[in-house]
Design a protein around this ligand. Structure first.
Ligand code: CMP
Length: 136
């Protein structure tokens, strides 16, 4: 069943640095995900720690927070049919080495850390992540 959803997408510092913003956005729009909100920001390490707090127990948490706050990122609200799962399919596996052909991470990801994009993993988390960046 198709349902219109919203999800959060982040273009991470490695992709912003390599001028991939427009290429990545066009993958979303060509696949019928519209970009409802969009802003380029540079967050602090503390904000990154709050955003990724579900990963706090993981060994990569410190590096992950340092990385997301290391340079500008683009945060977007994507909207469309089954937006959460569609975005995850377009991104590909977390580790670019395991990502399918023509996914964003296969095309542009450099490593499991510098994997170019983040996307919400469920509708519930999408709501929380959208609020995190777009609720005043
Ligand atoms: P993201 O979808 O932004 O969610 C958490 C991030 O942690 C993930 O993408 C990866 O960039 C990063 N990460 C680093 N090491 C790992 C790991 N071993 N497993 C999962 N994610 C990892």
């Amino acid at each position: 069943m198709n349902k219109i959803e919203q999800t959060l997408s982040i273009i991470k510092p490695d992709a912003v640095e390599r001028n991939l913003i427009e290429d990545i956005k066009s993958i979303f729009t060509q696949n019928n995900l519209s970009i409802k909100e969009n802003k380029k920001i540079h967050i602090t390490k503390e904000e990154a720690a709050e955003f990724y707090k579900v990963h706090q127990p993981k060994p990569f948490y410190e590096d992950l927070c340092a990385y997301l706050s290391s340079g500008p990122i683009v945060v977007m609200i994507l909207e469309g049919d089954n937006a959460v799962s569609k975005n995850r399919k377009l991104m590909g596996a977390t580790d670019p080495k395991n990502a399918e052909e023509n996914t964003i991470r296969k095309l542009y990801g450099l490593s499991i850390d510098k994997n170019s994009v983040h996307g919400s993993d469920s509708l519930e988390n999408a709501k929380k992540e959208i609020d995190f960046f777009f609720k005043n």
